[in-house]
Design a binder for this molecule. Sequence first.
Ligand code: PAF
Length: 281
Amino acid sequence: MQLERRLIGVRAAMRNLRADGGTVAFVPTMGALHEGHLSLVARAQEVADHVVASIFVNPTQFGEGEDLESYPRPEDEDRAKLENAGCDLLWAPTPDEVYPAGFSTSIRVSGVTEGLCGASRPGHFDGVAVVVAKLFNQIAPDYALFGEKDYQQLALIRRMTRDLDFDIEIIGVPTVREADSLALSSRNAYLTDDERSRAVALPIAMGEAAAAIIGGESVSFAIVAAKAKLFEAGFSTVDYIELRDAETLEPVETLESPARLLAAAKIGKTRLIDNIAVEPR
Ligand code: PAF
């Protein structure tokens, strides 16, 4: 696997990779790779001839007081994982290749970024939009793969790709879960053993709420019950549990078409997010 840190190098590497006329699938990440990321690489190999991954801990998507400094950066391990997974090229830019001196451009995608994490992490999605747009221009892949775990991020990337005419097919890949159903996340590494055992209350409460809604329970009642279960399990804050339209992310009060139950909640110092499909019978 080739590693590039400079734009001039990655552009040359992309020209070489494309010389055989093959297609390219791109997996952007912030590193601290787990099975969820590797499932993106595996899917990328199925859809394209070549796989490119990136690792860049993007400062503009972290708010004040968030975990930018402490975000795990196990680069050697990440490289080995990508190499074993069959990735052809790793783009690990230095910060000045992404944000050169005087960088002044912003991208705001409205609609799908409103509410949910857009409300609890102001500015987060503007940071995601600008870095993904830059990575798309730097790599110019045919396909780009993102986990459904970050469902609102996936919706924003689909919207931005359509709005800005990126000639890239966006592929969402289902969330990978631990045996007890906790969604894999780089931030799970922050959990103490006790928090880890309590954290499973999140997917359980969401699964129960989803089943209740599908069974005809009122959406607001099911959500109140799910929040109560999280507090009972030791979560300190619930940023949101909401039912949204699966495509537009508009709020849903009555289940009539495919929807998504999305949640963010804090246990100890760790903020966890998750989402599941809720479809009418
Ligand atoms: O999902 C992530 O890891 C990041 O938000 C992304 C898409 C790589 C942008 O920094």
